[in-house]
Design a binder for this molecule. Structure first.
Ligand SMILES: [Zn+2]
Length: 52
């Protein structure tokens, strides 16, 4: 998947999203809560945005 933008993820996929980010950029991402949007990994409501 493309990681050149912020990723949205639900509670279940936050660990996967962080791992993907670290694998791609070899640095720990910033993480914030979001109030809207859909998880990039499933159909659940997004809880976090991960990016730089
Ligand atoms: Zn998800």
């Amino acid at each position: 998947m493309a990681l050149d933008k912020n990723m949205l993820c639900c509670q279940q996929h936050v660990d996967v999203a962080i791992d993907d980010y670290i694998n791609e950029y070899e640095t720990f991402p910033n993480m914030d809560k979001v109030e809207s949007g859909k998880c990039d990994y499933c159909e659940n409501k997004a809880e976090y945005v991960i990016g730089n």
